[in-house]
Design a protein around this ligand. Structure first.
Ligand code: NAD
Length: 330
């Protein structure tokens, strides 16, 4: 099977090449550019493409893939909200993903963001480098005995619940399907989680129901000085409303690994560009906001697991033995 691997970075190449020898018959060509209407034709002659979280897999791109006879899309990630599933279904294409590579990697990053904004690490790092050893402006709060509210307690949310419990926090959660393994978690309606939490961490997928789940109404329900962390998908949060909330002083801190406008930024070096009109620039202007570039998944363990599952998905597809749990359906 010949796979065109879009949006390849050095760490992708390293981790896939390390595993590839174990998957006989699979050939990968790495392509630095991501898939788009302009670059989709590069996939001519391949059997499958491999894509990532922000790859453009909209209807027109899917149409071109279909025209070129490509019927397999290997997503090297868990999320698939960027794939037009109606189109892939219409053309009978198969989408395989990596549903759970290392939930702890993402949950640990969520807690990293929460701790960093709480203890102002982003400021103290700079201050000390400038020989400013003053502690003014660096006061945080204890997480111990505070309430963590987890929205979505699947694999990553469950890992975050366990981390918060380890910090001695009371853990409350909202999910339509409570996780029976989390006997220390108190499930309650979303409104109650919003009202009672000192730390809110988002771990539900982006769906029609969850789009803008954090908006001006839900922000109004939150406690004053709440810490909000989003490592799930940017559009869970209505950014304009978040910005209003930050301006009004509602948040002690906000940690975002994902945000609505991230598409053009994620994994790109835009050092020389002016971002002054963008939402990113506005978010970055607040002293109590830390933004990272969708790096929650980025640990050695997670990368190894992503490569193994993606390659296994390719092999299983060839053998006609797809793992149901990895199959994306409309
Ligand atoms: P999962 O499918 O194991 O869990 C998702 C949970 O959300 C499920 O328990 C589900 O019942 C719940 N849910 C669905 N709709 C909900 C709603 N309306 N309200 C509350 N809960 C709802 O998924 P996961 O592996 O834990 O991943 C969660 C999300 O994390 C993914 O969808 C993806 O967007 C994101 N993610 C981010 C990164 C990163 O690098 N930042 C990496 C991997 C995944």
């Amino acid at each position: 099977m010949k796979i065109l691997f879009y949006d390849a970075t050095s760490y992708d190449v390293d981790s896939f090449d390390r595993e590839l020898f174990q998957y006989e018959g699979i050939e990968i060509t790495y392509q630095e550019t991501d898939i788009s209407l302009k670059t989709v034709s590069l996939a001519q002659g391949y059997d499958a493409i491999c894509a990532f979280v922000n790859s453009d897999l909209s209807a027109p791109v899917i149409e071109k893939l279909h025209e070129m006879g490509i019927s397999l899309i290997l997503m090297r990630c868990a999320g698939f909200n960027n794939v037009d599933l109606n189109k892939t279904k219409e053309y009978g294409m198969t989408i395989l993903r990596v549903p759970g590579y290392s939930p702890e990697a993402v949950a640990e990053h969520a807690m990293t963001l929460a701790l960093a904004v709480n203890r102002h690490l982003h400021k103290s790092y700079i201050k000390v480098r400038e020989n400013n050893f003053s502690l003014v402006g660096l006061t945080g709060v204890n997480f111990y005995q505070k309430t963590a509210g987890i929205i979505g307690t699947g694999k990553i949310g469950a890992a975050m619940c366990r981390i918060c419990k380890g910090f001695g926090m009371r853990v409350i959660a909202y999910d339509m399907y409570p996780n029976k393994n989390l006997d220390f978690v108190e499930y309650m309606p979303l409104e109650e989680v919003l009202k009672q939490s000192d730390l809110i961490s988002l771990h539900c997928p982006l769906t029609k129901e969850t789009k803008h789940i954090i908006n001006k109404d839900s922000i109004a329900m939150m406690r004053e000085n709440v810490i909000l962390v989003n490592t799930s998908r940017g559009a869970l949060v209505k950014t304009e409303d978040l910005i209003q909330g930050i301006r009004s002083g509602k948040f002690f801190g906000v940690g975002l690994d994902v945000y609505e406008e991230e598409g053009n930024n994620v994994f790109e070096n835009r050092e020389d560009e002016m971002l002054e009109h963008s939402v990113t620039a506005r978010l970055l202007s607040f002293p109590n906001v830390i933004v990272t570039s969708h790096q929650g998944f980025l640990t050695k363990e997670a990368l190894a697991a992503i490569s193994q599952t993606t390659l296994q998905n390719a092999l299983d597809y060839e053998k006609g033995q797809i793992t149901e749990a990895n199959l994306v359906t409309a």
